[in-house]
Design a protein around this ligand. Structure first.
Ligand code: TXA
Ligand code: MG
Length: 322
């Protein structure tokens, strides 16, 4: 059951407590409605992908209530700091190097070394402040549909799949945020949006370069090399060769599992949400020079399994095609 609540201070507290408990709340921002989860809670972030029916773990924007909250999770160069000062809170998203050791769950950045951050206006900002933690939120639409600009749009797309919708009326801008990434003497435009490029150039004092459609940087989910471990990856294994490292799934042991050098089970109970939340840390844990071969148990392909298998297939792809 999805409850729809008009915006009020009490509703904000209710929404924050829902997020704290690992729930999903659709929230109005000045751009479009976002589907929010506590960015430090892996299963909650995995649930976002499940609710949207996203076939891939595209990286999500981390929403913060302040420059200070952002500076705890990413590093700002002077240009990025100027842009945050000029446009936050507002419709500009900055892609910046993620700080190692922050408690943002790796699923938020899709395993990338960068993190997209933005400080939204209005009720979304109050909610993040109330929660006291960054909120991961893509637009609150099912995968492949247009971004919602009213609570009713959200309800039509996601009713029954999320816990709560905060109804703050129509979004004032109705267009997603502009996304830029500092790149030395220029900025890369990763998505045109509600803040004009000319205004960004004026504030940054640097040119904004439009990335050609189809360029790898526009589709960070395609950058497999960031996720692929050093060793060879074998998928859908029915047996384990002695000395292989095993990524297991579910309660049933694979033949030869006792001879594995090490085993990480993505979810001993066979829960795909838990498996999604464990996937990147498992691949990272086995990304060591002494790990020569990684065997991966079959993961069902329904629901979140599609995105998990997409990621596993890239991790297993021949090196040349990465
Ligand atoms: O206005 C908006 O930006 C809305 C509201 C809710 O804030 N959010 C939104 O999120 O449009 P979403 O997930 O629909 O789009 C985020 C875009 C995606 O295209 C994603 O690939 C990109 O941001 N992105 C996120 N993290 C990235 C990263 N580390 N590097 C490059 N692109 C990134
Ligand atoms: Mg979207």
């Amino acid at each position: 059951m999805t409850i729809v609540i008009p915006v009020s201070p009490d509703a904000t507290r209710q929404a924050a407590s829902c997020l704290r408990d690992g729930g999903l709340v659709a929230i109005p921002t000045e751009t479009v409605y976002g589907l929010a989860a506590d960015a430090t809670n892996g299963p909650a972030v995995a649930h976002i992908f499940e609710a949207k029916g996203r076939p891939r773990f595209n990286p999500l924007i981390c929403h913060v209530d302040s420059f200070a909250m952002a500076a705890a999770i990413v590093t700002f160069d002077p240009v990025a700091e100027r842009l945050a000062t000029a446009f936050w809170p507002g419709a500009l998203t900055l892609v910046l190097p993620a700080r190692s050791g922050s408690d943002i769950h790796p699923l938020v950045s899709g395993g990338l070394p960068t993190l997209a951050v933005r400080s939204p206006r209005g009720i979304a900002l109050d909610l993040i402040a109330e929660l006291g933690r960054p909120v991961a939120a893509p637009s609150a639409n099912p995968s492949g549909r247009v971004s919602p600009t009213t609570a009713e749009h959200v309800r039509r797309g996601l009713d029954g799949r999320i816990d709560m919708i905060l109804d703050g009326g129509p979004c004032p801008m109705g267009l997603e945020s502009t996304i830029v990434k500092p790149a030395g003497d220029h900025l890369l435009l990763l998505r045109a949006g509600a803040v004009a490029v000319e205004d960004i150039e004026a504030a940054a004092g640097l040119p904004v370069v439009r990335v050609a459609p189809g360029a790898a940087v526009q589709a960070p989910g395609q950058l497999a090399s960031h996720y692929a471990p050093a060793g060879l990856v074998r998928l859908d294994v029915q047996f384990v060769e002695p000395g292989e490292h095993l990524i297991a799934f579910g309660p049933d042991p694979i033949e030869g599992q006792d001879a594995a050098a090490a085993v990480i089970n993505l979810s001993p109970t066979g829960d795909l949400r838990e498996a999604a939340a464990t996937l990147f840390s498992a691949l990272t844990a086995f990304d060591r020079p002494e790990v020569i071969r990684i065997a991966v148990a079959p993961v069902p392909s329904h629901g979140l399994g599609e995105a998990i298998n997409d990621r596993l297939h890239r991790a297993a792809a021949p090196r040349d095609s990465r």
